[in-house]
Design a protein around this ligand. Structure first.
Ligand code: M6R
Length: 364
């Protein structure tokens, strides 16, 4: 049931504050200020390598998690598209954790990679939204997202719920491995619990983004730029726009622009820059200036402080609440989802059932 919404995708975008809170409630204990995972019968502190495998949007959630696991827990992470994973004959050392991320839990490539890792003696963890799925059944450690059924082909609420679980998992790893103390764990818990309110704050910009979509809809190509954990968000933004509006879009690590793609820039190419203020902000802004110097039309997504510093001269800006870098990827997912959604609406495409796509890809 769509209720008052025009599309399932729109409804699912707006459900995010609720379903992220719902998901977090199984992974954090607010009173004790600790992260908590489902009962597990193996020693997480003994894990020295994590291999993440997924497809599409779930893969981008995995890319964000790589930054978190490495930064907080100092665990090395490998990540692959499921369709590439087995064929490169990956080296899987004993005692590794293989982590699969999937909304449906049925994606054929991801499931095949899971079975491969199981046969190779890896401990299997899965982050899935469908608790009765094949992946859920075959896991050693089941980490469910509680996003509820996701109907729109473009994944939205499953993604932010995956990020919520992965952030909690990274913090759990960090705590068990003695990389963070109780006070730091409590701080992470506080930031995570702020996420639903921050998502709500991001959703308040819906009308503004709907108006902005008229600037994006005529474009033939759109670029998305981000750095650090917001780089996967640039990839996710480009994927969302491609799949529902059929506009060609690319996500790039902001610093990589000058190594080639900047040749594409002219007045007709909107460039969406994801740049929360923080340690990487100045660097991203200088990449943005390189784009602007070549006539690029910029949409800057940042917080009040970032927009104050770098918003001048942009074609448009979207103000996000000021958030801790840990939860920025969750919050910045909202404007890229809304921008893709409204652009598709302007173009009149079938938002919930885009051409050539299925909700669950059960062939390899
Ligand atoms: O069910 P899964 O998370 O395993 O699906 C993976 C991809 O097929 C999926 O994320 C796809 O990229 C979405 N249509 C993106 O919006």
């Amino acid at each position: 049931e769509k209720g008052n919404y025009r599309h399932f995708m729109q409804k699912e975008i707006f459900e995010q504050p609720t379903v992220v809170a719902q998901t977090l409630s199984s992974y954090v204990r607010p009173l004790e200020q600790k992260v908590a995972l489902p009962q597990i019968d193996f020693d997480i502190s003994a894990i020295n390598r994590v291999t993440i495998v997924a497809c599409g949007t779930s893969y981008y959630a995995g890319m964000v998690a790589k930054y978190w696991f490495e930064q907080f827990a100092r665990v090395p992470v490998d990540i692959d598209f499921a369709s590439e994973f087995r064929y490169r004959e990956p080296v899987l050392e004993k005692g590794g954790l293989a982590l699969f991320i999937s909304q449906s839990g049925e994606t054929a490539d991801t499931l095949a990679a899971l079975r491969h890792c199981k046969a190779e003696g890896q401990t299997i963890a899965v982050v899935v939204n469908v608790p009765t799925s094949s992946m859920a059944r075959e896991a050693d450690l089941l980490l469910p997202t509680h996003a509820g059924p996701e109907i729109g082909v473009a994944s939205t609420k499953a993604f932010t719920c995956q990020l919520a679980v992965l952030a909690a998992l990274a913090a759990h790893f960090a705590a068990r491995k003695g990389r963070i103390d109780a006070a730091e764990e409590a701080e992470i818990v506080r930031y995570l619990l702020e996420a639903p309110a921050c998502l709500n704050g991001a959703l308040q910009h819906d009308d503004e983004i709907a108006a902005m979509a008229h600037l994006i809809a005529p474009a033939r190509d759109v670029l998305y730029l981000g750095r650090g954990p917001d780089f996967p968000l640039a990839l996710e933004g480009a994927l969302k726009l491609k799949e529902i509006s059929y506009i060609h879009a690319e996500g790039y690590a902001a610093g990589e622009m000058k190594h080639g793609p900047i040749a594409l820039i002219d007045e007709a190419v909107p460039v969406i820059v994801l740049a929360p203020s923080g340690p990487l902000f100045e660097k991203t802004v200088s990449n943005m200036q390189e784009v602007r110097a070549r006539g690029g039309q910029i949409v800057l997504i940042s917080d009040a402080q970032g927009l104050e510093e770098a918003g001048e001269g942009c074609m448009a800006t979207i103000e996000m609440p000021k958030v801790h870098p840990l939860i920025a990827p969750l919050v910045y997912a909202v404007p890229v989802q809304l921008l893709a959604y409204h652009t598709a609406c302007v173009k009149g495409t079938d938002v919930d059932q885009p051409r050539n796509l299925a909700k669950s890809v059960t062939v390899e």
